[in-house]
Write a protein that binds this ligand. Sequence first.
Ligand code: WT7
Length: 632
Amino acid sequence: MNYPYQINSFDQYQSDYKRSVADPEGFWAGIAENFSWRRKWDKVLEWNFKDPRVEWFMGGKLNITENCLDRHLEKKGDVPAIIWEPNNPEEKSRTLTYSELHKEVCRFANVLKNNGVVKGDRVCIYMGMVPELSVALLACARIGAIHSVIFGGFSAQSIADRLQDARAEYIITCDGAFRGAKDIPLKAIIDDALVTCSFVKRVIVFERTKTPVSMIKGRDVWWLDEMKNAGDDCPAEEMDAEDLLFILYTSGSTGKPKGVVHTCAGYMIWAAYTFVNVFQYQPGDVHFCTADIGWITGHSYIVYGPLAAGATTMIFEGIPTYPDAGRFWEIVDKHNVNILYTAPTAIRSLMSYGTAPLENKNLSSLKTLGTVGEPINEEAWHWYDQHIGKGKCPIVDTWWQTETGGVLISNLAGVTPAKPGYATLPLPGVQPVLLDEKGQIIEGNDVSGNLCIRFPWPGILRTTYGDHERCRTTYFTAYENLYFTGDGCLRDADGFYRITGRVDDVLNVSGHRIGTAEVENAINMHSGVIESAVVGFPHEIKGQGIYAYVIFTGNLEGDLTRKDIAQTVTRIIGPIAKPDKIQFVTGLPKTRSGKIMRRILRKIAEGEMSQLGDTSTLLDPAVVEEIKKGKL
Ligand code: WT7
């Protein structure tokens, strides 16, 4: 059985695409009919990219959890919704059917209500990859609370910044999280964050690792105790199509991370539509997305997309290399995974172990492979194709962003053509354009430029939380009436798109987005640091590594000082932003107006010393020679 909105052939893709451009409102109204509404919309779309203002399905009323849970109960009540695989392969996996998940979500939604959470409240979720994490998201959505999930790799300071920005008064966390051989003390990190966030009223703690925790009277409660006192009947709150569903913080080229806002109906439809079409999900398939729910990939392709489609979705608590580099393949074998969606960095890392970890693993259940997060190099693409897909599984290279809610450019598995290294063609509803330096649209094929989108799709961000002006200036002012992605892009002779990487000061480290300015600010917090400049450099496994040039005063003790600086970054942002290389310098290349010439620093970090271009306009050209000599 197929989904009514499933694209089944290249011809259908082409005709759907044309219709989505010629009559977007008619097209998306047709798709929206396949979801469950309390009340249908009055108008499909109103928009302008000037303010910007985008509203989809105006006047429509719904609750996303009725779409993800209730409507499946009759026919799919006993179908697995979630299959959970623990970090430790010796521990038993868990399956929650749709009726079980529904019951858990309703019960926990009542826990939230019992603890004072009401519609519109912001709830911060800081948990490991346990089924209860999905339950927490859905329970918020059930009662109309706005969730803000924070990835477990962020520090107490980062959590505090996000709590303050969203004024989140409620937190759901775990005592700890198992990740490989490590045990991350989540609750202790929350406690550190809360030193500066006295407005937080309640912390609900799910016990997972039995790590000792301090429970503060009047503030902290145990998940399990609260569940005992809650009923499992919880009618869903009626939400407006454009009510906020969640906030997810992401880094940019300047300032602190911003809270990307997605709303109920458009996001739901985009997540479900892209899930079914990109992966060509068929009912009964087991879908395994290896991302963390703390990132948008997990929101859209572990939780909301699959569940809105009534699919079976895997949650894996651990990491690809624990207890050994065969773990993904063991999971595919054990749970008969049909769709595997992972990141190029994971593929490259596993590739480095050779094919021994694949021995005795039956991967014949696999039908579709996917990648996301960064450009995939051809070597990794071919390894994935040959050794994992055995040359029989289409690979979808899915390009998208936190801001886009779901995939914008990708081939559709087995339905539209693939090309290694290319995200290929836009999904219906997505109208990409390439821009030159002068801001002119580049027509025709075999061209490259900055990637923009000229028409809203249902999953586009609506604002950045608490600061609409920042949303406008970040995405909608670089080019008039266009959404600017921040990515460079090539369109080949056949009209296929290849994303070439960020054109702004944003790094992509192991598929994690990190702003250079943010890392510099963290480094500059170290008492001995006068100034710093951070750039990316090519890294074999991570895609990009972090290279920091640091001007340091006082006693330089080489490696110890490097470790101190790395420790400072870990404290301020989290371990994911730790620099790979720190080079001490006495000055930075600057223009006469004092602007750091990052282009030069980037070239040096990349090892392209001979291609520095004109350095004569620099304030102090000699500094470049010194930096070149000291390159790590
Ligand atoms: C940035 C968005 C999309 C979810 C994970 C990352 C890069 C993403 C691809 C791809 C080349 C890609 C872009 C984009 N990116 N997918 N298939 N090919 N680059 O979400 O943290 O919002 O980062 O990741 O540079 O702008 P994110």
